[in-house]
Design a protein around this ligand. Structure first.
Ligand code: NAD
Ligand code: MG
Length: 400
């Protein structure tokens, strides 16, 4: 049967890879809905190519975009803003939601998809960093399915026993013999450079990732290794493990995408070219396999796979993520919010790359947040997020 897909964040890097795969499998998948926030010219082209039934744009752009669609001879329902995204994520016609919006903006629609019992292909790691407990509870209560697109988490998923895969990936305890998870990290563009060199780095150097081609925010997060910090938190929620059971190893070649260590001494790893089309195709077709269009590995050319311990002075964001995870969800919300604003300030040349970690640490220690209660919901989470953003704006002004 045809799977009907909503791609939220269709104009971004994950959106590109997803639609490139879908374009070659239109017999099995229908592009039912798309969303875009910037670059609406690109969204218009995607509408012409895929002819979705529905599309979400920013509220202010609804009328103009509807007029452009009409002019192009397309009959597509246009919805606006955060409400529009939720409307699409919960549409009864949608089977699968690809959650590929960047940042906190992706949380409400991703959570709504979980509460509507959808199959969710999760790229938006920030949703789990901000609301891990609420998200996982919603997935279980509403019988949704959560499949990770993040290459590391997708690799771990593939290396876990089928019973865990089918139990919402929750490892819980040692009964399946899982001793540890190993998240691999490329180390980003500054792996071989000093802290002083990193301090002087310009925007173009920071977003030039050695192995992956990605959106700007995640590229900066990779340069500071905040991305691996966010992924550590994402993994704790996704696999129901404490941070102490998740190790990070730098593997500059980005061939091994992560590993599961078992108590008999086995390490299961997933390998592949550094191309997001592989994890996306895996999750789209799970438990089957479809062609993704990613280049096969040239194994004979892989004669030097390195594994390096991360330098937590240079990559302080990774240390902060562990601290925040230990402190509780209120702290991971603060860290995520502070980091989003700090990355934006760096991309606007207001602060240096290395100031991002300083601001994140100041926010973690200074924003006065109470521990979240066990029955906290999205409003409580968004209230902490707003408070953290107000504080961080002042912290940035002090440094800028
Ligand atoms: P991107 O910047 O290329 O695209 C982001 C998408 O989100 C765009 O479609 C944009 O229009 C939309 N968007 C931005 N702000 C929005 C808002 N306020 N409201 C609604 N939509 C908004 O980002 P990306 O690299 O595709 O990353 C998307 C998500 O996937 C991020 O959470 C990232 O961490 C995660 N991820 C990306 C990669 C990758 O290779 N790019 C890998 C793993 C995980
Ligand atoms: Mg990743």
């Amino acid at each position: 049967m045809t799977q009907r897909i909503a791609v939220l964040g269709a104009t971004g890097s994950i959106g590109d890879s997803t639609l490139a795969i879908l374009a070659t499998h239109l017999k099995d998948y229908q592009v039912y809905a798309l969303s875009g926030h910037q670059r609406l010219d690109k969204l218009l082209k995607l509408c012409q190519q895929f002819e979705p039934k529905r599309v979400a744009v920013p509220t202010a752009a609804v009328d103009d975009f509807a007029a452009q669609l009409k002019q192009a001879g397309l009959t597509i329902d246009v919805v606006g803003g955060a409400e529009g995204l939720i409307d699409i994520a919960t549409d009864s016609q949608v089977d699968t939601v690809v959650a590929a919006i960047v940042g906190a903006a992706g949380l409400p629609s991703t959570l709504a998809a979980a509460r509507a019992g959808k199959r969710i292909l999760l790229a938006n790691k920030e949703a789990l960093v901000m609301a891990g407990e609420v998200m996982i509870k919603a997935v279980k209560t509403h019988h949704a399915t959560l499949l990770p697109l993040d290459s590391e988490h997708n690799a771990i998923f593939q290396c876990l026993p089928a019973v865990i895969q089918q139990d919402n990936t929750q490892i819980h305890d040692s009964s399946h013999g899982v001793r540890k998870l190993w998240l691999t990290a490329s180390g980003g563009p500054f792996l071989k450079q000093s802290f002083a060199q990193m301090q002087q780095a310009g925007i173009s150097e920071a977003i030039k990732h050695p192995n992956w081609s990605m959106g700007q925010k995640i590229s900066v997060d990779s340069a500071t290794m905040m991305n691996k910090g966010l992924e550590l938190i994402e993994a704790c929620h996704l696999f129901d493990l404490p941070e102490s059971k998740i190790n990070v190893v730098i593997h500059p070649q980005s061939i091994i995408h992560s590993m599961v260590e078992y108590n008999d001494g086995s390490y299961l790893a997933q390998l592949g070219s550094p191309d997001m089309k592989t994890p996306i195709a895996h999750a789209l077709s799970y438990p089957k396999r479809i062609a993704s269009g990613a280049q096969p590995l040239d194994l004979f050319a892989l004669n030097n796979l390195e594994f390096i311990k991360p330098d937590l002075h240079k990559f302080a964001c990774l240390r902060l993520a562990r601290d925040a995870m230990q402190a509780g969800t209120q702290a991971t919300i603060v860290l995520n919010a502070a980091n989003e604003l700090a990355v934006e300030a760096f991309l606007h040349s207001q602060i240096r790359l290395t100031d991002i970690a300083t601001i994140n640490e100041q926010a973690l220690t200074q924003v006065p947040v109470p521990a979240l209660s066990a029955d906290a919901d999205i409003d409580d989470i968004l209230a902490i997020d707003s408070l953290a953003r107000r504080y961080t704006t002042k912290l940035i002004a002090n440094i800028a």
